[in-house]
Every structure is written in C-alpha cells, then in structure tokens.
Write a protein that binds this ligand. Structure first.
Ligand SMILES: [Zn+2]
Length: 203
C-alpha cells in the first residue's frame, strides 16, 4: 500500500497503471528474505531483515524487476488475467506490446522501483518492536557489514498506519478524479502519525 500510494501521489497513474502496480510490488520486494522461515526459525532470524533488506541486494533486485517488467509486463498481464477472472472487477487494459506512451522509458521504471524498494527499508527502520518483542534492526549494508540499524517509532501491531492507508485507498476508489490529492493526503496523515509517535507520544 505504501509503494502504490507514493506512486499515485507522484501522479504516475497518469503515465500508466502498470508502473503504479510495479511500484506496489517493488515496495514489498525486500521481504523475500522472509521465505527463509521455510528453513526454520534460526535461518529466519539470521536472514530476514538482512539479505533482502541490504541496499546492496535490494537495489539491484529492484533494478532487475523494473527492467524485466518494462520489457515483459508480467505483473500487468497477471493483473489483466485476474481482472477477467473476478466477477464484477473492472478489467484493466492489457499492456502495450510496443514502447508506446504507457512506457516512457526504462530509466523512469528503474527510478520508481528503487525508490519504492527503499520506502520499504525506511518503513522497516521506523516500525519495530513490541510489548513482548525487542527491536529488530536491519542489516542495511550486508554482506559488507553485519551492523544493524533501527529507529523504532511505531510498534508492530499498531493498526493505525494500516487503517490510514486502507481508508486512503477506499477514498481514492470513491473519488477517482482526486486520486493524486487523496494519495498525498494519505501520506501526510501517515507521516504525521509517525511524527506524533516520535515527538508527542513515544512508547
Ligand atoms: Zn521488511
């Protein structure tokens, strides 16, 4: 929701819905290292918030995603397929096969994907800890450094940031002609809440 809302606030939906969809995926991409849970709790503890959350890994992964998506439009094609299968869901137009107006250039896609991925890292730095759980730092510079970084402002389990983003999305769905303004307002509310947690209501 964060990556998509940022993309909408930037007005990228006027270029193409595909790039907004890619921003949404890019912003959750670093959590691929959470799949390490398959190999047990010890592997999860070592690898999650480390491998996928290192800028030296997350950035090239985002670039590969952007280049692949720009060329192949796989996410867009999945979206179209899903739209056709779900009754009542508006079917988005299929992606263009050539480099038409919907795709302004691979550089823009790369910049959007990298910024969206970094927004995940920024959010993870701010969202950490719990009444019964300690903070979980990010190994931002793995494998060159195992130092962890975290600036806990909002606890895990605090539902309000999610509520803000969900309400924003429903508002955008309701008033589609005002998507960009509503997305910006949603981000403002989110940043305001995080700031209030830092300066006014620290845990
Ligand atoms: Zn994460």
């Amino acid at each position: 929701m964060l990556g998509t809302t940022c993309a909408l606030a930037a007005g990228l939906h006027r270029r193409s819905w595909q790039i907004v969809a890619m921003a949404g995926v890019a912003s959750i991409l670093p959590d691929w290292d959470g799949l390490s849970i398959i190999f047990g709790a010890a592997a999860f503890d070592q690898l999650h918030r480390a491998v996928g959350h290192s800028v030296f890994v997350a950035t090239p992964v985002a670039i590969v995603l952007a280049a692949a998506e720009y060329r192949l439009q796989l996410l867009s094609r999945c979206g179209v397929l899903l739209g056709r299968r779900i009754e009542g869901m508006p079917v988005p137009l299929p992606p263009e096969d050539d480099s038409g107006s919907a795709r302004e250039g691979v550089l823009l896609w790369i910049v959007v994907a990298v910024l969206a991925t970094w927004s995940h890292l920024a959010a993870d730095l701010l969202f950490s800890g719990h009444a019964q759980l300690s903070d979980w730092g990010l190994k931002l510079f793995w494998p060159f450094s195992n130092s962890t970084y975290v600036f806990p402002a909002v606890r895990w389990g605090d539902a309000l940031p999610t509520v803000i983003l969900v309400v924003g999305m429903f508002a955008m769905l309701r008033w589609r002609s005002r998507v960009q303004g509503l997305a910006a307002l949603t981000l403002l509310a989110l940043v305001g809440y995080i700031a209030s947690r830092v300066f006014l209501l620290p845990y």
